[in-house]
Design a protein around this ligand. Structure first.
Ligand SMILES: *Cc1c(COP(=O)(O)O)cnc(C)c1O
Length: 366
């Protein structure tokens, strides 16, 4: 690895010597976030299956497993493959898989790991089962309910019965339960979020009771995110899928406050201070996603990141205190799509680079 070409840092380096812009992870803050949610889940008697689409990093997924996770989630089959290649043994693809090539790949992947997928269409039962037979594997299948986000999933919980019956009859599929994730509720204001998850809970309970009555056991009801996890504990869910809690971002800090602390930073340096009250930094649009708002500047209440172009950012510096090459820690507005833009995390502890973690599933959108 060549410093300044394909890596921004080398292990053992001091923070001040890191080349920017790059993503840094505060290892102690990350550990505290992982421990906090793990202990919460244990206390609630719930399983935790963190969402790997957020970080796309096998090293971090392994760390979550060490903290007691039962497995991880992935959003895409190619992302799941990247995790499986790195030794993760229990992966739920929280999505519909409909393209023939990807059905074949996910069925084959189940040779290396326990693999789950979602389903909302009876026609998909035979597709998945036939592919799994071809590979000599068994797939876990979860029925997805549309519980309010208006995306995929059964729109009527009553349809869960005929679909579950079909799944249980398919030789190479195992009916693993219900997937009930209210994605659009995660960033709602609190009162609306409470209502949205209560609605999801009613639909999940209706589907589970219908299956119970018809002697089809529902081993798992999985869902929940960083914005809603405390609400799912009051419903029929048995497993949580939080993703952003590990790193947090500026948008989630506005929505849920300081339940978890920022552990991911976009490290940026001052390039120019050619005008009063304004510094130009080296982190623009190509190294972060601003779909949920601009980043905030960590531990510097007097500074604000005000504008973004492709390769530059503007920082309001009212006291003109910034100097060339000063480093700022930006808290990205939205962690998931920001992580997807980088090749590695620079993991820091006690002011020093402890490790570099490849973001192996970055760009794995198939
Ligand atoms: C993104 C996602 C999550 C995690 O969401 P966060 O808000 O990052 O905690 C959980 N489940 C599913 C299905 C998701 O797509």
């Amino acid at each position: 690895m060549i410093l300044g070409y394909d890596t921004p840092a080398l292990p053992g380096m001091m923070i001040d010597d890191i080349v920017t812009p790059c993503l840094v992870v505060d290892a102690d803050a990350l550990d505290r976030n992982l421990r906090k949610l793990a202990e919460f889940c244990t206390g609630q008697g719930m399983a935790l299956r963190p969402h790997g689409k957020m970080h796309k990093c096998p090293d971090l997924a392994h760390l979550q497993m060490q903290h007691g996770a039962v497995g991880i989630c992935a959003q895409k089959v190619s992302e799941a493959e990247s995790f499986a290649r790195a030794g993760l043994k229990d992966i739920l693809v929280t999505n519909q898989v409909r393209q023939a090539v990807m059905i074949d790949r996910v069925a084959g992947l189940a040779r290396d790991a326990r693999i789950g997928v979602l389903i909302d269409d009876p026609a998909n039962v035979a597709e998945l089962s036939t592919a799994a037979r071809r590979h000599g594997t068994i797939l876990d299948v979860y029925i997805e309910l549309d519980c309010g986000a208006g995306r995929c999933g059964l729109t009527d919980p009553e349809d869960a019965l005929p679909l579950a019956q079909r799944i249980t009859e398919a030789a190479h599929l195992h009916f693993a339960g219900l997937h009930v994730y209210q994605g659009s509720a995660q960033h709602m204001p609190e009162a609306k979020r409470v209502d949205a998850i209560a609605h999801a809970a009613r639909l999940a309970t209706q589907a589970r009771d219908l299956l119970d009555t018809n002697h089809i056991p529902v081993p798992t009801i999985t869902g929940g995110g960083t914005g809603s996890y405390a609400l799912e504990t009051q419903g029929p869910w048995t497993e949580l899928q939080c993703g952003s809690y590990a790193f947090m971002d500026a948008d989630y800090a506005r929505v849920i406050g300081d339940a978890f602390e920022p552990a991911l930073f976009l490290l940026t340096s001052v390039l120019s201070h050619n005008r009063p009250s304004r510094a130009i930094v080296d982190a623009g649009l190509k190294v972060q996603s601003v779909d949920s708002g601009l980043p905030t500047v960590h531990a510097a209440p007097d500074l604000s990141y005000t504008k973004c172009s492709d390769e530059h950012g503007e920082v309001h510096d009212p006291d003109n205190r910034l100097r060339i090459n000063d480093k700022l820690r930006l808290i990205p507005g939205h962690c998931d799509p920001t992580c997807n833009l980088h090749d590695q995390y620079v993991v820091i502890r006690n002011g020093q680079v402890e490790a570099l973690w490849p973001i192996s599933a970055r760009g794995k959108a198939l």
